[in-house]
Write a protein that binds this ligand. Structure first.
Ligand SMILES: Cc1cc2nc3c(=O)[nH]c(=O)nc-3n(C[C@H](O)[C@H](O)[C@H](O)COP(=O)(O)OP(=O)(O)OC[C@H]3O[C@@H](n4cnc5c(N)ncnc54)[C@H](O)[C@@H]3O)c2cc1C
Length: 487
């Protein structure tokens, strides 16, 4: 029986474990911490429950296809994806329906609904042209480049808008500064800067608006929970609190992994750890590490989990309070590596649809601002400042007192994200897409020179975010099938 070892229990590690077990492999998964799921975690304190990491699900079918019928959970399509607020009291509901969204934008910002629909059609075209090659396939294999679809992508390279930044493209297409800001925001979905990232990233707005945004019935942690149950059912054995220290290879083949408990032999090793950590610790390689370091790290986050005594009917499940100084905010994050005094604030309130996440008369606020990658900043000094800026902004924009309503609080900072998930610098998505070549420079899902060694997760091809991580596991399944059937 083929022996497979998975390093790391993030979503891509769990998906890989399930896929390998279904291929008939004996699968062992090693997780450094005592918690399974990596970034898709939950927190409970007082009478509150919080999804600790991701809060928005697109392409839910990529999770559901991993589960047996009886383990599949209900995913709900939200009516309103996000409630947007600006300092001048403008508000906008981003309906989960292109017609309603375009009308809302027309009514509130005076931009023609046709313009919005045309923008979303263009982002759909970018998706159609890129998805097979850049999201669901590996362009690192020659055979994937030499087919009709890839040729079509190359022939339509102009439509991919790779030579403009997302902000330039949005400014040309959408004109109204608030609408430009709204669609610029999608750069942050993979930790990038809209003033630098190529306009190809407009595909993200296609996923959210054309294909739809979802939430699992019991919150995001249900994803981890269900995948673990599926993996256990398929016989995957979990080693928690067991840090992999080294990956062994010789003669062009992977041999296994070393942990504090000894050596475990394997035919296949799939790494779901940050590829930076992989080449600095698990298989030290200065040349490959330098290549990883050439791409700027993605941004991190500073999150305040607030248990509130009080309810806010003007808020929805997802809410954004925009900075009035968006360009400056990104200059602070990526150039100055610090926080701006007027941050864009994201609030996710799962108790709006799942009442049991907060006590009667209360709400659970996951309050997040983008933060620079951890470079050793003085976080003890920065965190109270950011907290004050957030409270000031929310009280000003909501025109209500807030701080007195916070009855329970926990904080997650970039250094803690690094410590809890092994993501170097606390970056949420590995490297950013701040350069035109970022997707080409992301580490492939395999090594040509080491048979049996594969890579999944947010720091390798095709990139970060739940759907892309799941895609990496699917790509690896295909590669394992090819390589191990060839023998
Ligand atoms: C705050 C936040 C908000 C986000 N919001 C969204 C969102 O709304 N939608 C979305 O799609 N995505 C979102 N993301 C991104 C998404 O969560 C990640 O891209 C994805 O979960 C990463 O999964 P992964 O498979 O790369 O592994 P990770 O979740 O990074 O897990 C890696 C695991 O490997 C373990 N590990 C590391 N080193 C070792 C070792 N040497 N030995 C053994 N184990 C090791 C770690 O302990 C960890 O458990 C968000 C992320 C964060 C943090």
């Amino acid at each position: 029986m083929t022996k497979t070892i998975i390093i790391g229990s993030g979503i891509a590690g769990l998906a890989s474990a399930i896929r390998m077990a279904r291929l008939g492999h004996s699968v062992e998964l090693f997780e450094a911490t005592d918690r399974i799921g990596g970034k898709i975690a939950e927190r409970r304190f007082g009478e509150f429950r919080f999804d600790a990491g991701p809060s928005l699900l697109t392409l839910p079918e990529l999770v559901l296809e991993l589960l047996d019928e009886d383990l599949r959970f209900q995913v709900n399509r939200l009516d309103v994806i996000t409630n947007y607020f600006w300092e001048d009291s403008t508000q906008l509901k981003a309906w989960n329906d292109v017609e309603k969204l375009s009308q809302e934008i027309g009514d509130n910002l005076g931009v023609s609904p046709e313009k919005v629909k045309s923008y979303l059609m263009k982002s759909a075209t970018v998706y159609d042209l890129t998805a097979d090659l850049f999201i669901f396939g590996s362009f690192h294999r020659l055979k994937n480049l030499l087919n009709r679809k890839s040729l079509k992508t190359l022939l339509n390279i102009g439509k991919l808008k790779a030579f403009k930044t997302l902000h330039q493209f949005n400014s040309e297409e959408l004109e109204h500064p608030k609408l430009v800001q709204l669609f610029d925001r999608y750069a942050t979905y993979n930790g990038s800067n809209p003033y630098q990232t190529p306009a190809t990233l407009s595909v993200i707005s296609h996923l959210e608006h054309n294909l739809g945004a979802y939430i699992p019935e019991n919150g995001m942690f249900q994803i981890t929970d269900s995948l673990v149950r599926q993996a256990e059912r398929l016989g995957v054995s979990f080693h928690l609190n067991e840090l992999v220290m080294k990956v062994e290879h010789s003669g062009g083949k992977v041999r296994g992994v070393h942990t504090g408990n000894g050596f475990y032999e394997a035919d296949v090793v799939i790494s779901d750890v940050d590829v930076h950590h992989f080449y600095s610790k698990l298989m030290p390689d200065a040349r490959r590490l330098a290549k990883v370091e050439k791409e700027e790290r993605s941004s991190s986050a500073l999150i305040f989990y607030w248990g509130l005594n009080g309810t806010f009917p003007e808020l929805d499940v997802h809410n954004i309070f925009f900075s009035d100084h968006y360009k400056e905010e990104f200059r602070h994050l990526f150039n100055l590596k610090t926080a701006h005094s007027d941050p864009t604030v994201y609030i996710y309130i799962s108790s709006k649809y799942n009442k049991s996440d907060a006590p009667e008369g209360g709400e659970n606020w996951f309050v997040m601002v983008n933060a620079p990658a951890d470079m050793g900043q003085n976080w003890d000094g920065l965190i109270p400042q950011v907290r004050q800026h957030i409270l000031g902004k929310l009280e000003r924009m909501l025109k209500k007192p807030l701080s007195g309503k916070i009855v329970a609080e926990e904080i997650l900072s970039p250094p803690e994200i690094w410590k809890l998930t092994g993501s170097v610098n606390g970056s949420l998505y590995g490297s950013s897409s701040n350069s035109r070549y970022a997707s080409f420079n992301r580490h492939p899902n395999f090594r040509k020179d080491i048979r049996g060694l594969y890579f999944v997760g947010g720091s390798v091809h095709p990139g970060g975010g739940i759907p892309l991580c799941l895609s990496s596991a699917k790509i690896v399944e295909g590669l394992v099938c090819e390589q191990f059937q060839k023998k």
